[in-house]
Design a protein around this ligand. Structure first.
Ligand SMILES: [Zn+2]
Length: 123
């Protein structure tokens, strides 16, 4: 069965520093994320309430190199999204003019809408 093509993904948890989302340069790496930034989606294991769980992390690409882990794919999309694909930040919900978007971002600890790049030839 062919996988349904996903064109947009939600990245959540940008304002949390746990589960690898902080480094020696940033207390919370996802706070540095800007519109048009590139991210690589990659499978990982995180701890949720003390239990290991599969997740897909979003890792920022800076100057052609893998940088900080900034967030995770929204749980509702986990089964529909491939790992090792490149996405680009289309919108930071915090900066939206719509109150409901900003509320949604708050609820999800910082949220970004990203589009899946069409040419994925780098693999
Ligand atoms: Zn960082």
């Amino acid at each position: 069965m062919e996988r349904q093509t996903v064109r947009f993904v939600d990245i959540v948890g940008l304002h949390n520093g746990n589960n690898g989302r902080s480094c020696e340069r940033h207390e919370v790496c996802g706070r540095e994320l800007k519109k048009n930034d590139l991210l690589l989606l990659r499978k990982c294991i995180v701890e949720v309430d003390g239990k290991p769980q599969g997740a897909i992390a979003a890792i920022q690409i800076l100057n052609g190199q893998l940088g900080c882990r900034v967030g995770f794919i929204g749980r509702h999309m986990l089964k529909r999204v491939d790992q090792n694909i490149l996405v680009q930040v289309t919108e930071l919900y915090d900066e939206s003019e719509l109150l409901q978007d900003r509320q949604r971002s708050y609820k999800n600890c910082g949220m970004a809408l990203c589009c899946v790049l069409q040419n994925q030839n780098f693999q």
